[in-house]
Design a protein around this ligand. Structure first.
Ligand code: AMP
Length: 426
């Protein structure tokens, strides 16, 4: 079968790599793809902002399955459109994707279905917000309602700053787009865990958990990024905790969406804070995470395409996922300056040597092929992804591979997984 993947980052490279391993797959097409994806799939140009162009491409390719990587096409209704053209697409419809595309919707949904989350208020004006902040204790978390590419959550040390921040979101001064709704939220403390599940709209199957590192600087300092590294281990969540999260968070979410006539099919990503009063949902994403997917998929032993097809066809209960024991890690190499401004176009060397080391897959996030050379094109450039018997081994392999890779201005965090290692060593 032919599989089409929409997207151009490390997540899509990992998806293309896993899809290609399926014995059912004869051809992988990725739109638009990148320099690394071009080595495992046929890349075709498309604008992920242009719904009609994506539909035209899918109509001409006629894949047996389309996998939607990023949130933007989901928010435009790509899955609805492909279904209308009789094409099988993995991902939620536009209405179901509101779990990610509207934080106000997600919070109100969680309240309706008693899903544990931080206390909150949804405000539609600065005056409303000024009143609401009085009920919260600083620090106060202020969130833009809509998609904001990781920039829409601001932790405010005082009520006054929370009001100012919200004003900036309403006016457009902060994100460049004006918000009609702003969510304020109680600040939660604990360890964050990314808990991703596959669902066919009724049955829910968890993937292995992962922990992301969002800040640019070592020791979790500096501004938030799209993710600088991630790891996954078998022992990250005890089996009883996985059971609890399924029973109290993931399954009620899927059931609630079905009850509200917007069944959710695809990857349900629950961003959790493991607090003193139990796991609380920080956010939902309606798609695979990046870079979580890279670390998760290198641990998957069973057929990804079989599982994703089973979701779309409503027979996930017949499918079982098999995982490698042990651990995996993904360390992101970025362009210096990211998440602010940075330069691109630098040639990358050492990729072949790094990729041949044991247990290593180098997934490309922001690269292109230029005259047979791989060059940088983005802020996040590569995700050096490894598996190992232990987290220590996986991380050692990642940093050994990273040492082989060179480009002008390369920056990566040297402390990915440090908290877990400290914990493991007692
Ligand atoms: P979100 O996009 O909602 O996941 O938020 C991005 C990041 O902001 C999260 O990964 C957390 O690190 C942080 N965050 C979001 N909500 C809260 C909260 N209620 N309390 C503390 N930190 C939060």
């Amino acid at each position: 079968m032919k599989v089409l993947i929409l997207g151009s980052g490390g997540r899509e490279h990992a998806l293309a790599w896993a899809v290609k391993r399926s014995p059912q797959v004869t051809e992988v097409v990725c739109a638009p793809g990148n320099g690394g994806i071009a080595q495992v799939a046929r890349c075709v140009p498309v604008n992920l902002n242009d719904l009609d162009a994506m539909v035209r491409l899918a109509e001409s390719e006629r894949p047996a399955l389309t996998i939607v990587g990023p949130e933007l096409p989901l928010s435009l209704g790509i899955v609805d459109a492909l279904q209308q053209h009789g094409l099988r697409a993995f991902g939620p419809t536009r209405d179901a994707a509101r779990l990610e595309t509207s934080k106000a919707f997600a919070k109100q949904f969680m309240k309706r279905h008693q899903i544990p989350t931080a206390n909150y208020a949804v405000c539609t004006s600065a005056a409303e917000l000024e009143e609401a902040v009085g009920y919260f204790h600083p620090p106060i978390v202020v969130k833009a309602d809509g998609l904001a590419a990781g920039k829409g959550v601001i932790i405010c040390p005082s009520r006054h700053i929370a009001v100012e921040t919200a004003q900036g979101l309403f006016s457009g001064a902060l994100l460049g787009t004006t918000e009609t709704k702003v969510v304020i939220e109680e600040f939660l403390e604990g360890d964050e865990v990314s808990f991703l599940c596959l669902t066919d709209g009724s049955h829910v199957v968890p993937l292995v958990p992962a922990q992301d590192h969002k800040r640019i600087g070592e020791g979790d300092t500096g501004p938030n990024t799209g993710g600088m590294g991630v790891y996954s281990t078998s022992s990250m969540l005890e089996p009883h905790m996985v059971e609890w999260i399924l029973r109290h968070i993931a399954e009620p979410t899927v059931r609630g969406m079905a009850e509200e006539d917007t069944p959710f099919i695809g990857v349900l990503y629950c961003g959790l804070m493991m607090t003193a009063r139990g796991p609380q949902v920080l956010e939902y994403n309606a798609r695979f995470g990046d870079p979580e997917t890279q670390a998760i998929l290198v641990r998957l032993e069973s057929d990804l395409v079989e599982a994703l097809t089973a979701c779309v066809d409503g027979r996930l209960s017949e499918t079982e996922l098999r995982w490698a024991d042990g651990a995996s890690a993904c360390v992101i190499a970025s362009s210096s300056g990211y998440p602010g401004s940075y330069k691109t176009g630098f040639p990358i060397t050492g990729l072949n040597v790094a990729s041949q080391l044991p247990g290593v897959q180098v997934f490309h996030s922001g690269t292109a092929l230029r005259d047979d050379a791989v060059v940088t094109t983005g802020g996040r450039v590569l995700g050096v992804t490894t598996s190992g018997d232990t987290l220590e081994q996986a991380l050692a392999r990642a940093y050994q591979a990273m040492a082989e890779i060179r480009f002008d201005g390369i920056y990566y965090r040297r402390d990915i997984g440090h908290r877990a290692l400290k914990h493991l060593r007692g």
